[in-house]
Design a protein around this ligand. Structure first.
Ligand SMILES: Cc1cc2nc3c(=O)[nH]c(=O)nc-3n(C[C@H](O)[C@H](O)[C@H](O)COP(=O)(O)OP(=O)(O)OC[C@H]3O[C@@H](n4cnc5c(N)ncnc54)[C@H](O)[C@@H]3O)c2cc1C
Length: 411
C-alpha cells in the first residue's frame, strides 16, 4: 500500500471533509484523509440535518468572516448542483431584563459594523409577525433576513465527493493512533499502516487532544454532551421553513439560571427541532453516551410549552452530540509550535456554518504556510488556552460590548 503522501488530513467531519477538498482544489497532490469511523458516521458533531448559518455574530472576528462562509457554501452548491443552505430568516430574542438582551445588542453592533440590514422589535411586534411565539411584550427580538439552515450532512457529502473527484484518497475506519513530526515531514500511524507526508492537518473535533499529546501540545478542551429533540407538533405547517425562521433564545431561565436555546423550522425530520446551548453535561470521549437523556428531552419540551406551544407534541426523535469547548468558546486555528507543517482546527461548538471556509483556511496553511483570512485571534498560545486560571465563559457573547452603558450602541 502506498503510504507516502504530500498532505494528510486527520478527521473527515464538517471541517476535515472541507479541508481535504480544498487542499486538492488548491493543487495539493497525493492527499490522504483518515477517518476513524465510516464516512458519514453520526458519532461526531457534523451529522444532523441542520445547523444554523447566520451573519448575526457576537464579535467582529467572526462577523467579518460570515460573508466568506456563505460564499464558500454557495460555491459548493454551484459545484455540485445541490441545495445546502435554506434561507429562512433568523431571530435572536431575549427577555428585556436578561443578560440575553445585552448579548443581542452585541449582535446588532456586529451586524451594523458589517453593513448587514436587520430589524429590532418588541414581543408584541414579534407575536404579530410570528404568532407561533408566545413571549411577553417585555421581549426584544432581532430579525436578520439572511439567516437560515445549513444541511451539514449534505455539505459533508458534497465536500467528500468533490475531494474524491479531485483525487483525494479516503481511508475510513482507520483511526490515527500516533503522530511523529520531524522538521519537514510527519508520520501518522494507524492500526495497519504508517503514512508519511510533508504536511498534516488535524480536524479531529472533540478528539483533538488525544492526538496532540504526541506533539507535546495540549488544548484544554471541555466536552459537553449536547442533545437536540424533534417534536411531532399537532400541526407542522406553521413551522415550515417559509413561515418560521431559525432562532436563538438568549436568557431563558431554567433551573434558576439563564441559558440559551436554539431551534429550526421543520427540516429533515417531520418535527420541530430545538436544543439547549451548552447543556452542562460534562463528559469525556469515554463517558459520553449516545443515548438521549429523558431530562434533556423534558427540558426541550418545557421550552416549547412555554414559548412555542403550537410546536409542543410527542417526541419524534432526539440525538446526542458533543461540543468541543475552549475556555473562551473561540475557535482554535493555528500551526503547532515548532512544526509549521502541522496545523489544527477546533470549532468550539459553533463551526458548522464556517466549515467550508475553515477547510479553505486549513488548505492555505498546508499549501502556503499561512492564509489571507484573519485568524490571529484563534492562536494556540492565547491566554484562554495557556493560562490555567483563565475564567471560563462558554456564552457566545461580546463581553466588551455587553459592558457598554448601552450594549445596543451600534458603530
Ligand atoms: C448539538 C449541536 C448543535 C450545533 N449547532 C450548530 C449550529 O447551529 N451552527 C453551527 O455553525 N455549528 C453548530 N454546531 C457546531 C458544529 O456542528 C461543529 O462545530 C462542527 O460540526 C465541528 O466539525 P468538526 O469537523 O470539527 O468535528 P466532527 O464533525 O466531530 O469531526 C471530527 C472527525 O474526526 C474524526 N477523528 C477524531 N479522531 C480521529 C483519529 N484519531 N483518527 C481518525 N479520525 C479521527 C472523528 O471521527 C470525526 O469524524 C453544533 C454542534 C452540536 C454538537
Amino acid at each position: 500500500m502506498n503510504s507516502s503522501y504530500e498532505h494528510i488530513v486527520i478527521g473527515v467531519g464538517g471541517i476535515g471533509s472541507a479541508a481535504a477538498h480544498w487542499i486538492a482544489r488548491r493543487g495539493g497532490k497525493r492527499v490522504l484523509a483518515l477517518e476513524q469511523f465510516e464516512l458519514g458516521h453520526w458519532r461526531g458533531a457534523s451529522e444532523d440535518h441542520s445547523r444554523i448559518i447566520r451573519h448575526a455574530y457576537h464579535t467582529a472576528d467572526y462577523a467579518s468572516l460570515t460573508r466568506a462562509a456563505y460564499e464558500h457554501v454557495r460555491d459548493l452548491e454551484e459545484a455540485t448542483g445541490m441545495d445546502l443552505i435554506k434561507v429562512t430568516g433568523g431571530l435572536n430574542l431575549a427577555p428585556n431584563d436578561s443578560a440575553g438582551n445585552a448579548e443581542i445588542g452585541g449582535y446588532a453592533h456586529s451586524l451594523a459594523e458589517q453593513g448587514h440590514a436587520y430589524e429590532v422589535m418588541d414581543g408584541a411586534e414579534l407575536a404579530a409577525r410570528w404568532p407561533q411565539w408566545h413571549v411577553g411584550r417585555e421581549t426584544v427580538a432581532l430579525y436578520q433576513a439572511d439567516s437560515g439552515l445549513l444541511d451539514i450532512r449534505r455539505a459533508n457529502s458534497a465536500h467528500i465527493s468533490r475531494a474524491r473527484a479531485l483525487g483525494v484518497t479516503f481511508r475510513d475506519r482507520s483511526p490515527a493512533r500516533g503522530i511523529a513530526a520531524a522538521a519537514d515531514s510527519v508520520e501518522v500511524r494507524t492500526d495497519d499502516e504508517v503514512y508519511r507526508a510533508r504536511t498534516l492537518t488535524i480536524c479531529a473535533g472533540s478528539w483533538t487532544d488525544t492526538l496532540l499529546a504526541d506533539l507535546g501540545v495540549r488544548v484544554p478542551l471541555v466536552l459537553t454532551q449536547e442533545q437536540v429533540s424533534y417534536f411531532a407538533a399537532p400541526d407542522l405547517r406553521p413551522f415550515a421553513p417559509g413561515r418560521f425562521p431559525v432562532w436563538i433564545f438568549h436568557g431563558a431561565v431554567f433551573d434558576g439560571e439563564e441559558t440559551s436555546f436554539y431551534g429550526f423550522p421543520v427540516y429533515g425530520e417531520a418535527g420541530v427541532k430545538l436544543g439547549r446551548d451548552v447543556s452542562g453535561r460534562f463528559v469525556t470521549q469515554q463517558t459520553r453516551s449516545f443515548e438521549p437523556s429523558a431530562a434533556q428531552t423534558a427540558e426541550n419540551a418545557q421550552f416549547l410549552k412555554r414559548y412555542l406551544p403550537g410546536a409542543a407534541g410527542p417526541e419524534l426523535v432526539s440525538k446526542t452530540c458533543v461540543y468541543d469547548l475552549t475556555p473562551d468558546r473561540n475557535f482554535v486555528i493555528d500551526t503547532v509550535p515548532g512544526y509549521p507543517h502541522v496545523a489544527l482546527c477546533v470549532g468550539a461548538g459553533h463551526a458548522a456554518k464556517f466549515a467550508a471556509l475553515l477547510g479553505h483556511i486549513m488548505a492555505d496553511l498546508a499549501i502556503d504556510g499561512g492564509t489571507g483570512y484573519g485568524i490571529g485571534t484563534w492562536r494556540l498560545d492565547r491566554p484562554a488556552l495557556t493560562d490555567p486560571g483563565f475564567p471560563t465563559d462558554f456564552r457566545m457573547a461580546n463581553a466588551a460590548q455587553a459592558q457598554r452603558h448601552n450594549p445596543w450602541e451600534t458603530a
